[in-house]
Design a binder for this molecule. Structure first.
Ligand code: HEC
Length: 145
């Protein structure tokens, strides 16, 4: 038992450390995806032609974490740790909080974890796993206020 622990522990610590090292890079990439510096293909629900990036940048409609990422309008909720991680009633549904996986699914399908369809104005994004993880890391681990 002691031996098993002694061999398992270093591997576990090492993967924790590499995950920690990867987070700042992922947060930085998430910020670029959020403000459109790194383009992310998005479509209007029911359409297949990608919208111009200038229209699908998250910051076009949402503020991000921190005052430095204030959206052009307050058309859609500010996205930060509080908004995403707290259980809240959204769009008339039961209270839900997002996890990384449900956040990614919502981004891609436009259906939230309570199975409620987001308004058509919210584009559907063709985000791969790394892009999605970067956005999640940025929005939930970046500066809170
Ligand atoms: C053209 C405007 C627009 C753009 C661009 C946009 N959104 Fe949205 N988004 C919305 C609207 C509108 C809602 C629904 C708000 C509501 O239901 O109150 C929404 C909802 C969301 C939600 C659900 C929030 C909740 O509390 O349930 C998430 C998550 C989200 N957007 C993430 C993003 C991300 C990430 C991007 C960029 C990759 C993005 N959005 C780009 C308009 C937009």
């Amino acid at each position: 038992m002691a031996l098993a622990l002694a061999t398992a522990l270093p591997a576990c610590l090492a993967s924790d450390r590499s995950r920690e090292a990867a987070v700042p890079a992922s947060v930085a990439r998430g910020a670029r995806l959020f403000d459109g510096t790194e383009p992310l293909a998005g479509t209007l629900s029911g359409h297949s032609t990608p919208l111009p990036v200038v229209a699908t940048r998250c910051i076009q409609c949402h503020s991000g974490p921190g005052k430095s990422t204030t959206a052009a309008s307050d058309f859609a909720p500010q996205l930060d740790r509080r908004q995403l991680r707290e259980a809240r009633a959204r769009r008339g549904g039961p209270p839900i909080a997002y996890e990384q996986s449900s956040f990614c699914r919502t981004l891609r399908t436009g259906v939230d974890p309570a199975h409620i369809v987001l308004p058509r104005a919210m584009p559907r994004f063709d985000a791969d796993d790394a892009q999605c993880a970067a956005l999640w890391d940025y929005l939930t681990r970046g500066p809170a206020e």
